[in-house]
Ligand binder design. Structure first.
Ligand code: FAD
Length: 410
């Protein structure tokens, strides 16, 4: 009988498993996850879950009984330690082995850690898993009782979402960002500045061009503060390190699959082994021009999961959709459509001062991406424009009285 083994029970792994059943796969599907929980939603970990506004049931992505009904065998607390491609089996952490006729790698990513003196002190956290978020929430409660400040190292999405959540809990928060602006790799300067104002407006202190030298500990081994290269000490009860992630491609590399800061796949999730596909944060995707793209988002994980499953069924279902992403900070929802890298012109539609607007990114006059803040309608419309490769002019984009949807009917 055919048997498909999926390594990683996150967004990509679950999508792949379910897509296999939807397309009529009749063999066995085993979904292996090294965490003790069944599949859960990761994005709320820095938002509603960390804020205590969500319960454990709401965090569940797919209940084990729903998977069981689809004949998907979920094994939690089970890591794959090795892939034996010649024997077509995976070696598991309990010492057993599982053979496969098709293998899906959906192992996600691991937060980058700081390699500075004191980085392993009690009270220094990264955030990826439900356990990480629970530990951070518990430590934030102690900071609240003792009035200890929170320091966030890294002004990217996860750092800023945690900063906003900590601030909402009444904690004093400082964000230390090595670059001269927030979210510099993904947002236009005008939007970085808007986010800086949003955070400052809620009392978050922002430090740019920050050079962290060490985390200082007290006599009990708990942290006391963050020491900067210029000698400044920022007292801290909790330090959240949000400086990006590294793809979990170790298994694939050890098995001799092509990797380049992620498992290299094509738009259908194929690796260089015809029996092995990969999806989600553990991958880098080769585009038609030969370049590699790394996306870390729920949409990417879901869509790649579906493409990878189709590939194992012998069907070509390339993932070519417009990328989208969201981030919640305070009462503002950012929704991004497309990729703005390389943009040379921008237009703002709506009222930045009122916090409801969209930034349209252009390259050579062609629309590349749209970042919308509390403007869901613009976001959905942007996805349609980008899918159809229809571009408004800068003037049309900036003019709220101009109906952009009308461009789609031409
Ligand atoms: P994961 O969800 O990480 O799942 C991989 C799983 O595989 C993990 O459970 C891992 O433990 C397991 N695993 C790894 N190695 C093995 C092994 N050898 N054996 C067995 N199991 C293994 N994206 C958005 O689009 N919007 C957001 O607002 C957003 N917010 C986020 C907030 C936080 C705090 C975090 C951490 C991420 C956020 N993301 C967001 C990113 C999004 O969650 C990821 O892109 C998505 O989870 C990727 O799914 P995945 O299945 O590839 O990886």
């Amino acid at each position: 009988m055919e048997s498909i083994v999926i390594v990683g029970a996150g967004h990509a792994g679950v999508q792949a498993a379910e897509a296999l059943r939807v397309s009529g796969f009749k063999g066995s599907i085993t979904l292996l996850g090294d965490e003790t929980y069944g599949p859960y939603h990761r994005p709320p970990l820095s938002k509603a879950w960390l804020a205590g506004e969500m319960n454990s049931e709401q965090l569940v992505m797919r209940a084990p009984e729903i998977l069981a009904r689809k004949a998907i065998e979920l094994r939690t607390g089970t890591a794959v330690n090795r892939i034996d491609r010649a024997a077509k089996l995976v070696k598991l952490s309990d010492g057993s082995a599982l053979s496969y006729t098709g293998l899906v790698l959906a192992t996600g990513a691991t937060p980058r850690s700081l390699s500075l003196p004191g980085s392993d002190a009690q009270g220094v956290f990264t955030l990826r898993s439900r356990d990480d978020a629970s530990a951070i929430a518990a430590h934030m409660a102690v900071c609240g009782e003792k009035q200890l400040p929170v320091i966030v190292i890294g002004g990217g999405f996860i750092g800023l979402e945690v900063a906003a959540t900590a601030c909402k809990k009444g904690l004093s928060v400082t964000v230390l960002e090595a670059a001269p602006r927030l979210l510099g790799r993904v947002l236009a300067p005008v939007l970085s500045e808007w986010y800086a104002q949003l955070h400052r407006g809620h009392g978050v202190r922002l430090v740019f061009d920050a050079r962290v030298a060490a985390i200082e500990a007290d006599v009990q081994g708990g942290i006391s503060g963050v020491r900067m290269a210029n000698g400044t000490l920022y007292p801290a009860g909790l330090v959240l390190v949000g400086i990006g992630v590294v793809a979990n491609d170790q298994l694939a590399r050890a098995a001799g699959l092509a990797c380049d800061r992620g498992i290299v796949v094509d738009s259908c999730g194929r690796t260089n082994d015809p029996l092995i596909v990969a999806a989600g944060d553990c991958t880098v995707r080769r585009l038609t021009d030969g370049s590699l793209i790394r996306l870390e988002s729920v949409q990417n994980a879901n869509e790649q999961g579906k493409s990878a499953a189709a590939t194992l069924m012998g069907i070509d279902k390339p993932f070519t959709a417009t990328p989208w992403f969201w981030s919640d900070q305070f009462d503002r929802k950012l929704q991004m459509a497309g990729l703005s890298m390389g943009a040379d012109q921008w237009a703002v539609r709506g009222e930045m001062a009122a916090g409801t607007f969209s930034v349209y990114h252009f390259k050579g006059g062609q629309l590349l991406a749209v970042d919308s803040v509390n403007a869901s309608k613009d976001h959905l419309q942007a996805r349609k424009l980008l899918e159809a490769s229809v571009s408004p002019t800068q003037q049309q984009a900036a003019d709220v009285s101009f109906d952009l949807t009308g461009l789609l009917s031409h």
